[in-house]
Design a protein. Sequence first.
Length: 303
Amino acid sequence: MKRIIVLLLAIYAFGIKFSKAQELNITVQVITAQVQNVDKKIFETMKSAIRDFMNNTKWTQDDFVNHEKIEATLLINIKEVVSQTDFKATCQIETRRPVFKSSYSTNVLSFIDENFDFRYVEFQPFEFNGSTFNNDLTAMIAFYAHMIIGFDYDTFSPEGGTPYFQIAQSIVNNAQTSGNKGWSGVAKGGDKYNNRYWLVENTLNPAYKPIRAAIYQYHRKGLDVMWNKPEEGRKEIYEALLKIQSVFKIYPALFYNVLFFNAKSDELVNVFSQAKTDEKTNAVQLLSEIDAAKSNKYQTKIK
């Protein structure tokens, strides 16, 4: 199996090495519509540098062939050019994963980082060492590389992404001296939903384990069997939603609800639109409870 995880965290103390069989196939976009009177050639260099660093680095000990690489998009929106080397930005991260025996790819993670501020010196190489903090941009890219891999692995085996989430958490810990709000655990309300610290903190929180169990069940036992057992697949997906509900009843403002349903709401409409009438009714009721912000969508589109 491609995703048998054999990982020794200690190797990261010596830095990530470049080699063949990398894991990621990342598309990077840099949006500059909000900045004026700036030579935008630097953003092309920036885009290429980030893409090459993410795609050409060997982040795990597993071997991937080309069609197995994890597909994702980083959309970096430059809000302000503070100086020739300092930028204020946001970043939207979206990852995808193929569904077994189909040409369909399902969204796994859809997350907006509201504090993607960084310094970038054109043509300066990226150097990541897991035991130290060099700069915000390198750390953020390495952080999201590990989060992307972790979420992908969670869809293939129960809590399969844990080693990569742990590395991401170590990156956060090393970055605490940065001053960048995205690394800080001192956040309130909505800040907890768009913050790197809380993204990995909540992912590894034992109280939220049913959510990660739901992610595995949803993908591996649900979507992956729908090519020949659609009713069984829908049943597994519904049961995965019940796991999310069990956490929601204790933590109704749960960060993970935002994370999961941002990626899955359209897909859930398609899945349950093919169900029997009673299953549709149950699904709409459940989804309207645990994803109340999109209740109108479920009530009008699952027909």
